[in-house]
Design a protein around this ligand. Structure first.
Ligand code: SAM
Length: 215
């Protein structure tokens, strides 16, 4: 049986580590890390490791990203209250929950997942945590999700071969997109021109789809 106090201690230690490393900065993002119960987004066998700073398997050969990566991407995405966000790669639903917490009830996050079983899991996890502003869709997110476009922010939590045109198209003017190309993460800012800034090296499972890898 997992001791709740141990989990809470592990959570605070992780947050402290991420702040100390200069990864977690914004107060509302730190608060979201405190509020979202990561232990409810990992498989039962890994609950004791929910607040370890590494990725964990979630089934179907996929992973819940390392907390450091979630923190780094969230800060880079610069989400604001009331915004509409598209996530590509729902996985466990944890990153979506962090963003749902930050954008609040007036905001909305759509998270696309190509594997039905994982989409079901993400939906159940998000419902349990009470995030009614997060919607999980089974969809090839490499083409975005036209139905709900345009978006203030787009985050891709799988590695693409190149920036999918559909994602840039579905981004609002003034919008931001965070995406990893092979193992290089970039911030794409759309204004009159599209600006691309290198953020660092990160390893992800592949983005598979029409505007992603073929398999
Ligand atoms: N954000 C997730 C979380 O918080 O648990 C972790 C995502 S995991 C690293 C990457 C996910 O992207 C996998 O679940 C994978 O099935 C999904 N994926 C890959 N290609 C996709 C596509 N074209 N559309 C939607 N999801 C995709």
């Amino acid at each position: 049986m997992t001791d709740v106090t141990d989990l809470m201690r592990a959570k605070e230690a992780l947050i402290y580590e991420l702040i100390n490393e200069g990864v977690l900065k914004r107060e509302d993002i730190i608060e979201a890390f405190r509020k979202v119960p990561r232990e409810d987004f990992v498989l039962a066998d890994y609950i004791d490791h929910a607040y370890d700073n590494y990725p964990l398997p979630i089934g179907e050969g996929q992973t819940i990203s390392q907390p450091l990566t979630v923190a780094f991407m969230t800060e880079a995405l610069d989400p604001k209250k009331g915004q509409k966000i598209l996530e590509v790669g729902a996985g466990s639903g944890y990153q979506a929950a962090i963003l749902a917490e930050i954008i609040g009830k007036k905001g909305k996050i759509i998270t696309a997942e190509r594997i039905q079983k994982l989409a079901d899991m993400a939906r159940a996890n998000l419902n349990k945590a009470g995030y009614s502003n997060a919607e999980v869709v089974v969809y090839d997110g490499s083409t975005g999700y036209e139905k709900e476009a345009p978006y203030d922010r787009i985050i891709v939590t799988a590695s693409a071969p190149s920036v999918p045109n559909s994602l840039v198209k579905q981004l609002k003017k003034g919008g931001k997109l965070v995406i990893t190309l092979l193992d290089e993460m970039f911030l794409i800012e759309k204004d009159d021109k599209v600006k691309k800034t290198f953020l660092g090296y990160y390893v992800f499972v592949p983005l598979i789809g029409k505007e992603g890898h073929s398999r």
